[in-house]
Design a binder for this molecule. Sequence first.
Ligand code: ACO
Length: 410
Amino acid sequence: MVTFRAATAADFDDVNRLIQRSFLNDDGGREWDEERALFEPERAVLAVDGDRVVGHVGTYTRELSVPGGVLPAGFVTAVAVAGTHRRRGLASTMLTRQLTDIRERGEALAVLWASEGGIYGRYGYGMASRRLSFEIDRREARLDGAKFDKARLDGLSLLAGPAADFRSEIGIVYEQQRPLRPGFASRDARWWDYRLADQAWHRGGAGPIQAVLCRDGDTVLGYALYRFRSQWNDSGPNGQVSVMETVAVTPAAYTALWEFLLNVDLTRTVGLWLGAVDEPLQYLTNDPRRLGMRLGDGLWVRLVDIPAALSARRYPVDVDVVLEITDDLLPDSGGVFRLRGNPDTATCEPTTDTPHLRLDTATLSALYLGGNTLGALSAAGRVEELHPGALTTTDPALSWPRAPHGLEIF
Ligand SMILES: CC(=O)SCCNC(=O)CCNC(=O)[C@H](O)C(C)(C)COP(=O)(O)OP(=O)(O)OC[C@H]1O[C@@H](n2cnc3c(N)ncnc32)[C@H](O)[C@@H]1OP(=O)(O)O
């Protein structure tokens, strides 16, 4: 019989074996120090059959940046059920328990990356951000000097080397930008260890993680993390640059970093898998079509405490709207709420007032980071306008100047 329980630190090896097998990974011969350090056993839900761990859902305690704020969230990870026990409802039981636990801990939302896009909608998750991938033929694409102020790049200098050498500089830039970009996540020392862990297993055939810093005098204004892959074919060099993340404080620093990344000798392609939908690169090049852009789903968000979540973010224009939210999985999380907000403050409280808009939790969650519009979700039939005009007035308030950006898979 399958039973469910929290994990202990001693479960790590069994849990890890299940995860690696479920994700079809070869777990042979690896140390798992970084993963072990991140494991939060008291937050994990296990399914156990006899003495075998046959199911796991994990939660990391981190902060998520949202429009105009930063809030604690449950970062959902490593959802896995043994092949022998699938399609019997184990994942559903564990994921529902997990959401209740996240709410009881006072976190307003859960966030995850989905291995497959069809899994999480049924649990009230909405696709809250998208990723824009780039596969750039660097002989065809270049930065177009007419599109930026070259003079601003003159005072900047670049410094490149193994990423580990620049860990503190990178961390400072990241912390500076983190609250400003919805979708960014807090990174303590353990998360930086994980991000910069450079085992061959992480490399996918490429070399060790490199960093390039952009500086103005002693001030670091941005960095990029990337890897090289050396390759040759009959026509000569065919190397690749795989960009992991580019974070910059100023537009000039961003431009200088991409100028560097697009001009590495002996390379032919530059890839960025987890780019932002509003990645400035697409507005800086001679021909955006040459960037090989492709859209995919990014962060999936699930609100579990609607008043707490909606009052924690900010709204670019005044909003005063009554929302009726249906929640089939956690009915007591739904209800009718009055949201009042502006760029500086927001409140959201249960109300008996007549609703203006009706939507379900997954739809509200998809809107939460500002990465989708009310208009688009309404066109998909996911929002019901109960008060004429409410869609038009509420839509701009739920947007945000920067698109949410999930920078890393966790
Ligand atoms: C945040 C993350 O960790 S994402 C990673 C998710 N994990 C993986 O992809 C690893 C490989 N897969 C697995 O381990 C399992 O198949 C899981 C965890 C995805 C599902 O576990 P199960 O115990 O079989 O799920 P469960 O029986 O509760 O089914 C839940 C529902 O999801 C559906 N479902 C399960 N997997 C998928 C999928 N890949 N695509 C679409 N629907 C799916 C089931 O059909 C079921 O639907 P229903 O409620 O309409 O009947």
